[in-house]
Write a protein that binds this ligand. Structure first.
Ligand SMILES: [Zn+2]
Length: 866
């Protein structure tokens, strides 16, 4: 095993196997535990240091290979370091031995460690379950351990639980013994694995199951009575396992694979080996209520987590600084597998929208970070779970696969997995395997993308003569702050795979740009070519932006309008144009002129992305005099689309058309199309009388547009529906819709309720985020956050996804006053666990203010003359 400098615990003692016995008390919310850890003492010592947090350890003893036991003379807990130091009366000599510990802890309600989750069933009965979330650093909250990914060991778990409840863990049950009201469940010993991948759940569960091709038992577990909502997940998982077994060339190594829905869950899902846990909305599908978008999300999340079974679980990063390798790989591979089982979903176009574009946006900030980051504390580790680790990483993996070819990439990957299975690896090990497979200098190429933050914008100047079209390309770092700072010479250079598509030459060979300048020559277009165009970055596989002359941009508009350019190219072009205009490389009016070229667009991802960018302009300009004109432009795009899509599904229409209908109606309604608003209202009234009248895919749009024009009466009726809804997806859909209500008093009421039992703690931040997205709620949400900071800090301040989203809440402000206010607040209320997110939101606000200052005249004029 390669040794990491980042292993924080002393390395004189290492665990090899844990036997853990836990007895949770689901009434008192405590647990009692004892464990025997087989350890290897590498250097004689009288102290053993391991991780433990929020535990009371009452006994600690060491038994050497000679059979002599010695009790620790002192047990010292360090709450800040989350360690426990055991001191023994005399030195323990080198060799094998067993450490025995007895301890107790709390079943907390903070969604981390060994925690409790409470829920009400459809009969109104309240239930409690106990479950775990250990990644990254919370196994130590459940049992004392060497809680670092490189310190792999085997685990043998035993749980004593109420006889009427079920117990699930990574491994199958090997023995079960009843004793009165309790039963003791012993699980088979796990293979060697990291502590953060251990999981156990004690709950009243229902199960459905199916054997996959190679004999692996796949199960979906839900709270009682919901098992049929796991059917889609089960079918999907069976299909995915066949694909993964074949792609990786190593069959799934465990006997069974469980997918478990948990009512309270901080993240989307967690890749515990053989026992994946999910929030309900990421696993459950009700055919009568769930939307196409939910089915897709469920498939994506399952696929992402299953990819981790190999990449992350079988081979694990040495230390968290290589977290990106786990997450980016699972994100890329997850979409690849979904694309295989659902080619009609066009996952790679969606990937460009959901991953590449999202990451380009975050990584355009000065306050981004390199993919490979140095991290030490648990809070720093948690802050790594962002769009850089997931989406930028996934995008550069896609870029590498495209550059090496899918076959070579897969061969390199299989080498990597076989070389490091049941062990740990670093990023460099993956590149070494890829180099072996390809004979290309992968490491020096990829280092420019993982070690440096940011990415380049390629500036392309074209010249045409008899010998061809010459593209003179130069690269410099793309920064949104170019808007303020102008052209600055950047020290960074990236190795950029460049591909060019043209209207006359289908497949020009790609080249690798290795320095700041390059020239690519393409054969000239035939003399009779009508409106020739070229487009750099074919398929948007490259992680960069492209700028060109106004003429070359304009030459692309007819190819956008006629859809001669494929959907992924159309998607990328408008995103590049918008981002370049946000960063001051292009006039905004040029983006708007390009946007109007998308009138006849048919692809859901392209429309959604365009809607997002227009929505951003909507936020920036909502208080300006020219706003009604912008709204008219947006209506002019979305109303015809809404009319084309209609309200009723067309016979035989596909998944993406169903999604596009929601986007079309939602956007037309948002920009106040009276016909769409009227129809939404009418359908809502009809739904109240006859719930079966509203198709699942129209629910979101009908609820939100009804709320957008709703009064106090509508508001209460929607809360009522929300309370009665059984499916979590429906509850969240209603909550998000409710945030569109226009009356400020009602908005304040939602904010208040978001901290009560009306809203699950896992959904509070989502509700606040949605209120901030309502132009009338933006200021109210921020003020609410400030007024209740203590409560929020107590709940989410320890770090993670939710904290990062929470501090980003005021990102939609556009005025200097609000910028000062936000800066001032975070100065007096520092958030150490999301320090970078705070810098990012402030940078974003500075950019909003500067953008408005520099552009409002240009936009007003263009809109006026249009
Ligand atoms: Zn993941």
């Amino acid at each position: 095993m390669p040794k990491s400098n980042a292993v924080l615990l002393p390395q004189n003692v290492q665990p090899t196997s844990y036997a853990i016995h836990l007895t949770p008390d689901l009434v008192a919310f405590t647990f009692a535990g004892e464990e025997s850890v087989a350890i290897e003492v590498l250097e004689s010592t009288n102290q053993i240091v391991l991780n433990a947090a929020e535990l009371q350890v009452s006994e600690a003893s060491f038994t050497g290979s000679n059979g002599v036991s010695t009790a620790a003379s002192n047990i010292a807990m360090d709450a800040d370091e989350e360690t426990m130091t055991l001191t023994f009366p005399s030195a323990i000599s080198e060799g094998k031995g067993t450490l025995r510990l007895v301890f107790t802890g709390e079943l907390n309600d903070r969604l981390t460690g060994f925690y409790r989750s409470q829920y009400t069933d459809s009969d109104g009965q309240s239930h409690t379950m106990a479950t775990t979330q250990f990644e990254p650093s919370s196994a130590r909250r459940s049992f004392p351990c060497w809680d670092e990914p490189a310190l792999k060991a085997t685990f043998q778990l035993t749980l004593t639980v109420p006889a009427a409840m079920d117990a699930v863990s990574n491994m199958p049950v090997s023995e079960e013994k009843a004793a009165g009201a309790l039963k003791t469940v012993k699980f088979a010993e796990s293979p060697i694995m990291s502590t953060y991948l251990l999981a156990f759940i004690v709950a009243e569960l229902s199960v459905i199951e199916q054997k996959a091709d190679n004999g692996t038992l796949i199960r979906v577990l839900t709270t009682r009575g919901k098992q049929e909502q796991g059917r889609f997940a089960l079918d999907t998982s069976v299909a995915l396992l066949t694909y993964f077994n074949q792609y990786f060339g190593i069959p799934f190594p465990l006997e069974k694979l469980d997918h478990i829905a948990i009512p309270d869950f901080a993240a989307g899902a967690m890749e515990n080996w053989g026992a994946i846990t999910y929030r309900e909305t990421a696993l459950l599908v009700d055919p009568n209520i769930s939307s196409a978008a939910t089915r897709q999300r469920v498939a994506e999340v399952i696929s992402h987590e299953m990819a981790h079974m190999w990449f992350g679980d079988l081979v694990t990063m040495v230390w968290w600084d290589d977290l990106w390798l786990n997450e980016s790989f699972a994100s890329w591979m997850g979409d690849k597998a979904v694309n295989h089982i659902h080619p009609e979903w066009k996952m790679w176009t969606q990937f460009v929208a959901n991953d590449t574009i999202r990451a380009l946006s975050l990584d355009g900030l000065k306050n981004s970070h390199p993919i490979e980051a140095t991290v030490t504390t648990p809070a720093e580790v948690e802050e790594l779970f962002d769009a850089i680790s997931y989406s930028k990483g996934a995008s550069i993996i896609r870029m590498l696969e495209d550059y090496l070819s899918p076959e070579t990439f897969r061969a390199g990957l299989q080498k990597y997995l076989s070389a490091h299975q049941y062990s740990n690896a670093r990023t460099a090990d993956l590149w070494a395997s890829m180099e072996e497979a390809s004979g290309k200098p992968v490491k020096s190429l990829m280092d420019t993308w993982t070690a440096q933050m940011g990415y380049p914008v390629l500036n392309v100047e074209s010249k045409r003569d008899a010998s061809g079209v010459h593209l003179d390309i130069s690269q410099s770092r793309f920064l949104l702050s170019h808007l303020v700072d102008g052209d600055e010479t950047s020290a960074e250079t990236w190795k950029v795979p460049i591909s060019v598509a043209t209207s006359w030459n289908a497949d020009p060979a790609p080249t690798l740009m290795e320095s700041t300048k390059a020239t690519i020559t393409i054969t000239p277009p035939p003399a009779d070519a009508a409106q020739p165009w070229f487009k750099v970055n074919v398929g948007q596989t490259g992680f960069y932006r492209v700028n060109m002359s106004a003429e070359d941009w304009s030459a692309l508009i007819p190819a956008i309008a006629s859809r001669a350019l494929p959907d992924t190219e159309r998607l990328g072009l408008q995103n590049d144009a918008y981002s370049l205009s946000r960063a001051g490389y292009l006039p905004v009016s040029q983006f708007l002129a390009i946007a109007e070229g998308y009138r006849n667009e048919t692809d859901a991802s392209v429309w959604r992305e365009l809607a997002g960018n227009l929505g951003d302009l909507d936020t920036l300009l909502s208080d300006e005099a020219c706003y009604p004109k912008l709204k008219a432009l947006c209506q002019g795009l979305f109303t015809p689309l809404a009319q084309r899509m209609g309200w009723e599904p067309k016979p035989g229409e596909g998944h993406l058309d169903t999604i596009l209908r929601g986007v079309a109606l939602g956007q037309a309604g948002y920009y106040d199309d009276p016909a769409v608003l009227g129809e939404a209202q009418a359908r809502f009234e009809k739904y109240l009388k006859d719930p079966s009248s509203l198709a699942p895919d129209l629910r979101g749009v009908v609820y939100s547009l009804t709320a957008q024009q709703g009064d106090a009466n509508t508001y209460e009726r929607m809360w009522d529906l929300q309370k009665k809804a059984d499916l979590q997806e429906e509850k969240v859909r209603l909550l998000i819709s409710l945030t569109r209500i226009p009356d400020p008093e009602l908005i304040s009421d939602i904010l208040k309720r978001s901290l009560t039992d009306d809203v699950r703690s896992q959904d509070t931040v989502t509700v606040l985020g949605a209120v901030s997205g309502n132009p009338k709620g933006k200021a109210l949400a921020w003020d609410f956050l400030k007024d209740n900071w203590e409560v929020f800090n107590e709940r989410y301040g320890h770090g993670g996804f939710m904290l990062m989203r929470l501090v980003g809440l005021p990102r939609g402000f556009t005025t200097q006053e609000r910028l000062d206010d936000v800066r001032q607040f975070y100065t007096t209320h520092p958030v150490p666990a999301a320090e970078r997110s705070v810098r990012q939101v402030i940078e974003g606000l500075e950019l909003n203010v500067a953008w408005l200052d520099r552009n409002k005249e240009d936009v007003s004029q263009w809109l006026e003359q249009r």
